[in-house]
Write a protein that binds this ligand. Structure first.
Ligand SMILES: [Zn+2]
Length: 459
């Protein structure tokens, strides 16, 4: 494969168009492998996906490919292409080759591991999240004949969806992950055709709150009215977490104006599947509610079920809360604010037991450096319109691990997914238009970044 002229936008498009058939068939091969690294699923397909990617990397001209084996996780593919000259920057490319389980297969319009054409794309589990982005990285390598104008480090992980001890690994081996910029390709666009850089990730924390009021259930006719009802106590506590508008009412959780792009309310209603005409929670912009402010969700409740309800005062009830907080707030501080709020309540004079659970830090990217400049140019070139900045409520723990390992590196989050991909849901799909544009964007990014770096070094 001849290396193209990296300076020419039209050459790049022609080159990428010529690669698309091959990339599509490799994406189909990869998406046909049920590489689910959850407990209870066989490990064979995960290793098969691993081996296929190693082969594809070799074929794309990457000589140095190794595997990082850690306990309790799938092998991590690590590959390296040295910089073409000493002044060239090094870019780390990340994505993952494992997928979510398909869930209830009867909800799928075609078998989840038989990639099936849909309008403008393909349907299969994991074809967007994150195999499309694995293929986009490969596309970039192919476009440059395995010799991109930057040094490249590739990290393809195999247990992202379930959670992996690899998240904590990069800071223990910083030399290996040293780079000037990283492209974390495990997401995509605000909507198809809208190039998007995700610059913030909210942090997350869990808290369990319990009320114990009686030794055991007591007849609600004889005791109800005076015996303290644990479920009522708990519900009263949960009702204090939001004000009348639905805004989080716990003090000390950071909330700031969101300055990037965002969904319209109608778009969000559709995406969230809000039942006809109902208002959304909270006030202010959606960006503020979803990305630069807190959210508290009651994700589980232990109480008698309606089907098995006895006429009795409930002695014990418990809820699990999921807190999402501002990308820059300290996770323990945020969690502590919620814990203290609950401890201070004592609904009807009953103290609650509050147990803090796991926390995960958020992330906010610095967007003023040369890699961001290059990425903005690249995304505009690939999609024909300026990039939007968004954040996401989901956290990607590995981002923090990589950022700690390479503290000076700029972190870019973009990729081939879009908001209508059905990630983690039945009928996941990816669009060829987004895949093609992502390959173009990756190529244009390394070209622009290398050129900017040279100028930076010369001036
Ligand atoms: Zn993913």
């Amino acid at each position: 494969m001849a290396a193209m002229d990296p300076g020419n936008e039209r050459d790049l498009q022609t080159e990428v168009d010529g690669l698309m058939d091959g990339l599509r068939s490799d994406l189909e091969r990869l998406a046909a492998i049920p590489s689910i690294s959850f407990p209870g699923f066989p490990a064979g397909p995960v290793l098969e996906a691993h081996d296929l990617l190693v082969e594809l990397l070799h074929d794309a001209g990457v000589a140095h490919v190794e595997r990082i084996d850690l306990p309790d996780t799938a092998p991590v593919i690590f590959a390296e292409i040295p910089p073409p000259h000493p002044d060239a920057p090094t870019v780390l490319l990340y994505s993952h080759y494992d997928v979510q389980p398909p869930g209830d297969e009867s909800l799928w319009q075609s078998p989840p591991f038989e990639p099936t054409p849909v309008e403008g794309g393909l349907r299969a589990r994991g074809i967007a999240d994150d195999k499309s982005n694995v293929i986009a990285h490969l596309g970039m390598l192919r476009a440059f004949g395995g010799r991109p104008p930057v040094g490249v480090k590739i990290v393809f992980e195999g247990q992202e969806e379930y959670g992996s001890p690899f998240d904590a690994y990069p800071p223990t081996d910083p030399e290996r992950f040293a780079c000037d910029a990283m492209v974390i390709a495990d997401l995509g666009n605000l909507r198809p055709g809208t190039p998007t850089l995700t610059t913030g990730l909210r942090g997350a924390a869990e808290v369990v709150v319990e009320a114990r009021t009686l030794q055991e259930p007591r007849h609600s006719g004889e005791f109800g009215g005076a015996a303290p009802d644990a479920l009522l106590v708990l519900l009263k506590a949960l009702a204090t977490l939001h004000d009348v508008h639905g805004d989080v009412a716990v003090e000390g959780l950071r909330r700031e104006e969101w300055e990037g792009a965002g969904y319209t309310e109608d778009e969000f209603r559709k995406l969230a599947g809000v039942v006809g005409g109902l208002p959304l929670l909270g006030s202010g912009t959606l960006g503020e509610r979803l990305w630069s402010g807190p959210a508290i969700t009651v994700i589980g409740l232990d109480a008698p079920t309606v089907a098995h309800a006895a006429s009795a005062v409930v002695p014990y009830a418990r809820a699990k809360l999921n807190l999402r907080f501002h990308p820059r707030q300290d996770p323990h501080e945020a969690q502590d604010r919620l814990v203290r709020h609950l401890l201070a309540l004592k609904p009807f004079g009953v103290p609650l037991t509050v147990t803090p659970g796991d926390t995960g830090p958020g992330y906010e990217a610095a967007t003023g450096g040369p890699a961001y400049r290059a990425a903005r140019t690249a995304l505009r070139e690939a999609w024909g319109t300026d990039a939007s900045y968004i954040a996401t409520g989901g956290s990607i723990p590995l981002v923090n691990g990589l950022a700690q390992a390479a503290p000076g590196a700029e972190v870019l989050l973009f990729g081939a997914q879009d908001n209508l991909c059905n990630l983690h849901a039945p009928n996941e799909r990816v669009l060829f238009s987004e895949l093609r544009a992502t390959v173009l964007a990756m190529c244009a990014f390394v070209r622009e970044y290398a050129a900017g770096f040279r100028q930076g070094a010369a001036s």
